[in-house]
Design a protein around this ligand. Structure first.
Ligand code: NAP
Length: 447
């Protein structure tokens, strides 16, 4: 059971490495494949979606089937999959998010960046999210790549977004948006931003957007604090310095990168009106060996009508499978699922549900390779429990009985074709269908 992109890397590996014929079924909760490529990658990063061309080749190989709109735990159970297949590989990602654990976090107007990203990418679970962009200032908590994505999407000129596959309703909302300033709060210092260099540098190229880097503590050339910094960190600091020295032109929009600041409480009555933020200093944490942020006691209110917490995704459990509530992953060793430390025969994980929500898309390639290596080692050593109950056509029959609105690969291709055609007339890569009913109806068009 797989969910791309981790899943598709995985079955690419399965088919490539096969020394004997292998059949792979991908079960996917949505009617569409490609996981975060479709629902997570920013719409203005089309080059990152090009990998789907490779996936397309994989899924056309004999022995591969796509069962979309099928939810494990609802339509089929893990114990059934274990009986039907010689091996089951879970690549279900991280469908939840980390919480700040502060007062006011549940106020309307505060969302996780995961929800916001899913909203602008047309994910059926979040297409009806009521995001209010009639506010002038938004605050993003955390400064990883997801924070960069949402800050950029909130400030990118609409004529740029009009050429992307962003969801139509999000395009309309962003066209009417009154957001003028996005403040990105990093709890640690300039050296510790979790963003990658390309994402940081991209901000500086946004037309019509001033980038403001705050902090008199931004290290200068040759400062001792930079002695141990690696090349990537030095490049980040260089970019931040360049931004800090750039004149503020007074563009219509701006992104403020603020460091050493943490939210203490979200303020507002019926909805978010601002947040109380604390200034931090850094201290060594002997437990992790990292520098951690500690409040100095200096606090200030930031007025803001929208708060997006981009502090990390978090895995959600599947009934019937072991789960580590603390880490939000299915416990595993070398990709083999562990139940109280003992491998569950024929059961594997890959992607974020295996290693936590970190790494770029390509990281999944190595992750999948490692899992597949364990799978083949077990297969050759006779450690896979033999599937004994049903053959491939029967599996499909059962799945179709459980989910009559099953979307198979041809159905997805019908959706894909329709979306691309609708986009073509407007000069856009595609216009996404954003609810399950429409997706299933379109998938049926090929029948
Ligand atoms: P992330 O990279 O782990 O960043 C999380 C950020 O939240 C860090 O700045 C972290 O600060 C901060 N944070 C965590 N808990 C906090 C708290 N309680 N209060 C305040 N700040 C807090 O996570 P992400 O941005 O969600 O990205 C997830 C993964 O997807 C990453 O590996 C990322 O590279 C990848 N991704 C890649 C791309 C791309 O390639 N363009 C795009 C999107 C995502 P500390 O550093 O102090 O912990």
């Amino acid at each position: 059971m797989l969910e791309p992109p981790a899943g598709t890397y995985l079955d690419g590996r399965l088919v490539n490495l096969a020394t004997c014929p292998v059949e792979v079924d991908v079960l996917e909760r949505l009617p569409t494949p490609w996981g975060l490529i479709r629902g997570g990658v920013a719409p203005d990063h089309p080059e990152k979606k090009a990998i789907t061309r490779v996936f397309d080749e994989v899924v056309r190989r004999p022995g591969f089937r796509f069962f979309g709109n099928v939810e494990v735990g609802r339509d089929v159970l893990p114990q059934e999959l274990s009986a039907w297949y010689d091996a089951v590989i879970y690549a279900v990602g991280a469908a939840g998010d980390t919480h700040m654990g502060i007062e006011g976090e549940d106020l309307p107007g505060c969302y996780s960046a995961r929800e916001f990203v899913a909203w602008y990418n047309g994910h059926p679970d979040h297409s009806d999210l009521d995001i209010d962009l009639s506010v002038e200032r938004a605050v993003v908590i955390g400064n990883g790549n997801v924070a960069m994505d949402v800050a950029r999407i909130l400030t990118t000129p609409i004529d740029v977004l009009e050429r992307t596959d962003i969801a139509d309703y999000a395009l309309a909302a962003l066209r009417a948006s009154r957001v003028r300033e996005v403040i990105v709060l990093g709890r640690r210092g300039h050296l510790h931003g979790a963003f990658n260099n390309p994402e940081l540098e991209e901000l500086g190229e946004l037309p019509g957007v001033d980038i403001v880097v705050e902090g008199e503590d931004l290290p200068g050339d040759g400062e001792v604090v930079l002695d141990d910094a690696d090349a990537a960190t030095l490049r980040k600091v260089d970019t931040l310095r360049r931004y800090a020295h750039r004149p503020i032109v007074g563009h219509p929009r701006r992104i403020v990168l603020r460091f050493l600041t943490s939210p203490v409480e979200l303020l507002g009555h019926d909805r978010v009106e601002g947040l109380l933020a604390s200034r931090n200093h850094l201290e060594h944490d002997p437990a992790t060996g990292r520098l951690r942020a500690r409040p100095t006691g200096e606090e200030a209110v930031i007025d803001a009508g929208l708060v997006l917490r981009a502090i990390g995704y978090f895995g959600t459990p599947i009934a019937g499978l072991p789960f580590d509530d603390h880490k939000g992953v299915i416990p595993s060793a070398d990709g083999r699922v562990l139940d109280h430390g003992t491998p569950v025969p024929g059961t594997y994980v890959t992607g974020w549900v295996k290693r936590g929500p970190n790494g770029i898309i390509g990281t999944n390639k190595k992750c999948a390779r490692d899992t597949v290596r364990s799978f083949w080692a077990d297969a050759h050593a006779g450690r896979l429990p033999r599937a004994d109950t049903v053959d491939a056509p029967t599996v499909r029959e059962i799945v179709k009985q459980r989910q009559p609105a099953l979307v198979e690969y041809d159905g997805w291709k019908a959706i894909d074709h329709h979306e691309r055609q609708s986009g073509q007339v407007l000069g856009r890569p595609r216009i996404k269908l954003t609810n399950t009913t429409d997706l299933v109806a379109q998938a049926r068009c090929h029948q």
